[in-house]
Write a protein of this length. Structure first.
Length: 442
């Protein structure tokens, strides 16, 4: 790798890191606000919020990397052109294809990063995120143990705790179950503990009273108890477990056990295959996007007005590539044999970039001018530099043509009267001084 390659690659990588950091922060803050409200409202700690944020970060980076790679390539190329660095490199004999070598290296680095994210980090993080989401949804201690507040964990349920001791014991409990319109039941207890038996949460109440009100006849039945166990599974109906999705599973599992994964996730087989191949097409887009942006900017000639038209064209090309990718994904999910459509948009963008670079390295030649009528083809393109034009040609006198030199200028006005004489009188006037010098005065 030459010094120019290292210089360009360092510029691309520096801007790539900067744009990635900015976009990740913007995207992460946008999602973190809703996540923070949801977790804190359910009684979770700041540590759980940070854990969820870190688990969601790989997927955010996966979405951002192709965009930041394209932005870095376009920004650096435009800056090099504005500062005439590209002109200096091309003046040294570097063709657009030669200058694209560090761009291709930069695109390969971005592609490897996206491959590692889509096939390793993102499935692992999403799988762990699904597990933690299920655990948080089933964590009744965090959702219910709020003393001094009337809580409504599900429709038709009201829960109240007067005090919670440091040991986790609840005192003065009130639980109202109105989910059955034909039978309303209220539970009161002096103390209670929240336990988990066989994976099901249960509330063990002590020294309490059960009051059951039947609408028919308005009868109230009361039952005192010393110990009573209440199944709290109904309180979890509002949260529920998160179903496993194909994106939560590894690439190897999706490829080797496609039908089993389809049954497990209740997803059609074409959608499972589309998910697998989308992980590879995203990596190819991380390579083709910066190359396409660089090629479109390099295909433009020098302009004092900058490259804003080419920048808009590059953005439009990437948007069109994403639109084609979405259409190809929709078509690939219609049949198990259509997964190859997922690769077409990224490969077309890559081929277009290569074609533009080849075209930029072979500028068109100016068309050859045909010889003028009445002139012979000579070594100077139809003119013999005044060989056929004598000094007496009126057109030469009017145009200021200098015979034998090929220089044409504006004719100067005559300074003496000899210039107004005809050809014969001018020759006689020129010969008279020579006769006088040879023979003396007549």
């Amino acid at each position: 790798m030459t010094r120019i390659d290292r210089y360009l690659l360092s510029q691309f990588l520096w801007l790539f890191g900067f744009f990635s950091l900015v976009l990740v922060l913007v995207y992460w803050i946008n999602r973190a606000v809703g996540l923070f409200d949801m977790l804190i409202a359910n009684g979770q700690s700041a540590g759980v919020f940070l854990e969820f944020s870190l688990l969601a970060l790989p997927n955010v980076i996966r979405l951002v990397l192709p965009v930041s790679a394209f932005a870095a390539a376009v920004y650096v190329t435009n800056r090099l052109a504005a500062e005439s660095e590209l002109v200096a490199m091309q003046a040294q004999g570097a063709s657009p294809a030669r200058l694209a070598r560090p761009v291709a290296t930069f695109g390969l680095i971005a592609m490897l990063l996206v491959l590692a994210l889509t096939n390793l980090l993102v499935p692992a993080s999403l799988s762990q995120l699904a597990v933690r989401t299920s655990e948080v949804a089933q964590n009744l201690t965090a959702r219910l143990l709020k003393d001094g507040e009337f809580l409504h964990p599900a429709e038709g349920l009201t829960f109240y705790i007067r005090e919670i001791t440091p040991e986790g014991e609840m005192r003065d409990i009130f639980l109202s179950d109105r989910r059955d319109p034909q039978n309303r039941v209220d539970y009161t207890a002096a103390s209670a503990l929240l336990l988990r038996s066989d994976g099901a949460p249960t509330l063990v109440m002590r020294d309490g009273l059960i009051q059951s009100l039947a609408p028919e006849g308005q009868r109230l039945a009361t039952t005192a108890f010393q110990s009573f166990t209440y199944d709290m599974t109904g309180l979890m109906q509002a949260g529920g477990d998160r179903d496993v999705e194909p994106e939560d599973l590894s690439t190897w599992e999706l490829l080797s056990r496609t039908e089993a994964v389809a049954r497990r996730t209740d997803t059609p087989v074409p959608e499972v295959l589309s998910e697998v191949h989308s992980r590879f097409t995203q990596a190819i887009k991380a390579l083709s996007a910066p190359l396409l942006g660089f090629a479109i900017l390099m295909s433009a000639g020098f302009s004092r007005f900058g490259m804003w038209r080419q920048i808009l064209a590059a953005i439009g090309a990437v948007v069109a590539m994403e639109a084609l990718d979405a259409a190809a994904a929709d078509m690939a999910e219609r049949g198990p044999d259509l997964w190859g459509l997922r690769y077409i948009p990224a490969l077309v963008a890559l081929a277009l970039a290569c074609g533009l670079l080849w075209r930029a390295g072979r500028p068109g030649r100016a068309p050859k001018q045909p010889p003028a009528s009445g002139q012979d083809d000579g070594p100077n393109g139809g003119r013999d530099d005044g060989a056929d034009d004598g000094p007496d040609d009126p057109s030469n006198a009017r145009a200021g043509h200098v015979p034998g030199t090929g220089v044409t200028g504006a004719a100067e006005p005559a300074r003496d009267g000899a210039s107004h004489r005809g050809p014969a009188r001018a020759d006689a006037a020129a010969a008279r001084p020579r006769d006088q010098a040879a023979g003396g005065p007549a």
